[in-house]
Design a protein around this ligand. Structure first.
Ligand SMILES: [Zn+2]
Length: 342
């Protein structure tokens, strides 16, 4: 991107109410068969237009074609039984009923590539595509086959790499791996988590990103955040590994969080997608509030490497609130852009 402070979003955006029930995660589809395929494409067109009207520079599909950022990818794989469910603690935080790994995992065919090609056909703007990271995938499953988190993560990394290479060939400019689990399992990240992410990114020529947040604005996450104290220093434990890695962009939660922004100094040199929009509350930020977060981040990120973004996905918000927040992001970035160019 030649533009200073190019804006983007971390991931999901709300779906239209005719496609699935709004303001809900894992919301079931309201359409079936051909109508569902057409409905998903129409929703993708709408979300693309909304991003462009708001002035978002790096656009995405807003995850309109997937029910969930992790499980939809896993549904496309063999070796996982969605009928056989076990309750596990996700991110060491909340219980969820998850599918079971019953045999060796494989990817019989691409999962998102047709959707990515469709998005590519609809816009000339740079596009970003999100995939779950290996560690976050294993944390959303019960493993009755490998019985080793590390082994399963390496297997998923290989499959993610195949998918990522096809997304790159489809014209995706930035492939983002969502790794909220990096913010919980620090020892594992440093032992093998970062290495498995490197495996997932191996050989890619497009830009790569990793998104590490404190989760969607759902109750389990907001309750957890209340236990984290006044300073959230989780990033400090993993940034040295990220600094050494080959990942190009790092997407972080910064706005309204208790993350000391000087931690970003630890990844100096990386491009940083600075979360300047809170996705866990409904009040819409003012452009000045967004600008304020960006100015603070500029102390630790070189201006040509700062990418204003949202803290996380906005799927659980209403469309109206999400639109307002996209507009605020864009307007706030423009304030700082002008200051930098003055
Ligand atoms: Zn997130």
């Amino acid at each position: 991107m030649n533009k200073l402070l190019p804006t983007s979003t971390a991931g999901s955006l709300p779906k239209p109410s005719w496609l699935s029930e709004p303001e809900k995660l894992w919301s079931p589809w309201k359409l079936e068969g051909e109508a569902l395929i057409e409905g998903k494409q129409d929703a993708l067109r709408v979300t693309l237009m909304e991003q462009q009207v708001a002035g978002i520079d790096i656009v995405s599909d807003g995850e309109q074609t997937r029910q969930h950022f992790v499980t939809t990818f896993i549904e496309g794989l063999d070796g996982v039984d969605f009928e056989k469910r076990e309750t596990v603690k996700i991110r060491d935080r909340y219980d969820a009923s998850v599918p079971t790994v019953v045999s060796a995992v494989s990817r019989p065919k691409s999962v998102f590539v047709e959707d990515a090609k469709f998005l590519r056909s609809q816009t000339k703007a740079p596009i970003k595509w999100a995939l779950p990271g290996p560690m976050t995938m294993i944390d959303t499953l019960y493993d009755a086959h490998y019985k080793s988190r590390e082994k399963l993560a390496w297997e998923f990394a290989k499959l993610l790499n195949e998918e990522a290479k096809e997304l790159e060939a489809a014209g995706v400019d930035i492939i983002q791996f969502d790794e909220p689990a990096f913010n919980v399992f620090f020892d594992e990240v440093n032992d093998w988590g970062m290495a498995t992410l490197e495996r997932a990114m191996e050989g890619l020529k497009c830009q790569t990103a990793v998104h590490i947040c404190y989760g969607y604005g759902i109750k389990a996450n907001t309750d957890w955040k209340k236990t984290l104290g006044s300073e959230w220093r989780q990033y400090e434990l993993i940034f040295p590994s990220i600094q050494k890695s080959s990942v190009d962009l790092v997407s972080l939660e910064c706005h309204n969080s208790h993350v000391p922004l000087d931690l970003i100094e630890l990844i100096r040199g990386k491009k940083v997608m600075v979360g300047s929009i809170d996705v866990a509350n409904k009040p819409i930020e003012t452009p000045e509030e967004v600008a304020d977060t960006l100015r603070k981040a500029l102390q630790f990120v070189d201006a040509d490497k700062l990418y204003p973004c949202t803290n996380c996905g906005m799927a659980p918000l209403s469309r109206e609130v999400a639109r307002g927040k996209l507009n605020a992001l864009s307007a706030g970035a423009e304030i700082v852009r002008r200051e930098l160019q003055a």
